[in-house]
Design a protein around this ligand. Structure first.
Ligand code: F6P
Ligand code: MG
Length: 440
């Protein structure tokens, strides 16, 4: 196989990576500092003077971190006691070994994917070093706010699921396929709502998600929904009563996007297209809005106790599915490492083996796409399978809106047509892909 292309990096002046490291990441750090500052009283009420001291120390570590980033200082090893530290520090050594003798990995010179993940891990390290606020999620407030901002859209989806799919058992194949396509698209466009692209500013779903699907169709650049349908319906037809069909969803953002994923999961289970759904979330706060176990549990509780009866019914059903073991939540440190997914089999063999049990893995969002493709300067027409670089645990697909400079699997000329007409097509979140790889 031909060598892989170079990684996207801040050293490419004028690129989105450069702009992100120069402007967006410092902005996110400033917001984190501001959040800690605003919660000072809360820390005092909970922990007394110790809380205030911890808040001050954390802020001073984070201000130093922002300065290191802005002045392109060398990246330093992590030094807290969490189990992922050896893997992070080996990765730093590996990056060091790629350079000439006296160069050192640094914020603008090293791969963008690496330094961006590193920033979120350093934010976590700053907190870990400062008990009693060491398990404080600095992004929690923004995630909760965005959930409530999307309330109407969430109600619309829960109502749709409960009302339209009451008779799901009576749907014929064509109708079932239509519903699947609809909810795949809802989940795809749910990925517009992440808070890292907007540096934590409100980016919630306001419009009715189901009504806009037809208009959005033209913005899907790769549409492999037919392949997903064939895989699922064939597996349903072949399945004996004791067999399992398992779909894994590698989650992205909490809030509205998570609801779209839960709705999709509920549909897949109720239609009996699948028998088990396995969600994968993050172990630490990540890329502002990514889903942690706390976010997942909080979301289910919010729905259960909501005033709207469709919302609460969804919440009850999902809680029931979790209890029955047909909806399972997992987390793993691999998801918050900087590694490309092609190294999962070596770095996180247990996770790779777990994913091999799946019939279909759905990777949500932009960051997962970057990790699937290694965040490299691929030509637009390179096949998705090639860009996966031997990462094939099971058939997989990506549901992702474009928010960074990598896209593969396009038709000749398809990407080029935007380069002059719409220069920000890859970063504005307006376009999306449903991209499938059979993995064989
Ligand atoms: O900040 C860069 C980035 O990785 C973008 O690629 C994207 O905007 C965002 O962070 C993460 O997006 P998502 O939540 O879809 O993974
Ligand atoms: Mg995200």
């Amino acid at each position: 196989m031909a060598a892989v292309p170079v990684s996207l990096a801040g050293s490419f002046q004028g690129s989105f990576a450069y702009f992100t490291i120069k402007d967006r990441l410092p902005q996110i750090l400033t917001r984190v500092i501001d959040t800690l500052h605003r919660h000072k009283n809360e820390f005092f009420e909970e922990h007394g003077e110790k809380g205030i001291e911890a808040e001050k120390n954390t802020i001073s570590i984070l201000s130093k971190l922002r300065n290191e980033l802005q002045t392109d200082k060398p990246l330093v090893p992590l030094d807290d006691k969490l189990p992922d530290v050896p893997l992070w520090n080996q990765y730093l050594e590996y990056q060091q070994n790629l350079l000439d003798g006296n160069e050192q990995p640094s914020w603008f010179q090293s791969p963008w994917l690496y330094v961006e993940c590193y920033m979120y891990r350093r934010i976590h390290e700053a907190l870990v070093h400062n008990p009693p606020i060491d398990d404080y999620d600095v992004f929690k407030e923004a995630k909760i706010e965005s959930f409530f901002e999307s309330q109407q859209a969430i109600i619309a989806l829960c109502t749709y699921l409960q009302e339209h799919l009451k008779n799901i058992e009576d749907l014929d194949e064509k109708q079932l396929q239509e519903e699947l396509f609809k909810l795949l698209q809802v989940s795809l466009w749910g990925n517009k709502c992440d808070l890292s692209i907007s540096a934590g500013e409100d980016n919630s779903q306001k419009a009715s998600p189901l009504k806009s699907l037809d208009n959005l169709k033209t913005f899907i650049l790769v549409d492999d929904m037919e392949s997903i349908w064939s895989l699922l319906i064939n597996s349903k037809k072949r399945r004996t009563s004791i067999e399992v069909t398992r779909v894994d969803i590698v989650l992205d953002n909490a809030g509205y996007e998570l609801i779209t994923d839960l709705i999709l999961a509920d549909f897949l289970l109720s239609s009996k297209l699948v028998t088990e759904i396995h969600f994968h979330g993050k172990c630490i706060p990540w890329y502002v809005s990514d889903t942690t176990k706390q976010d997942f549990n909080w979301t289910i509780k919010q729905l259960q106790s909501a005033n709207n009866r469709w919302m609460s019914r969804c919440g009850m059903n999902w809680e029931g599915s979790i209890k029955k073991g047909v909806l399972v939540y997992h987390d793993h440190i691999f998801w918050t490492l900087p590694h490309e997914f092609c190294s999962m089999a070596q770095v996180a063999t247990d996770l790779y083996t777990e994913l091999q049990k799946s019939h279909l893995i759905i990777f949500k969002g932009d960051l997962n796409y970057r990790k699937l493709t290694g965040d490299r300067k691929w030509e637009f027409t390179v096949p998705f399978h090639q860009a996966l670089n031997k990462f094939h645990p099971a058939p997989l697909c990506s549901l992702r809106t474009l928010k960074s400079d990598v896209q593969v699997g396009l038709k000749p000329g398809q990407g080029e047509q935007f380069v002059t007409s719409e220069p920000d097509w890859m970063i504005c979140g307006k376009y999306g892909v449903v991209q499938f790889d059979a993995s064989l």
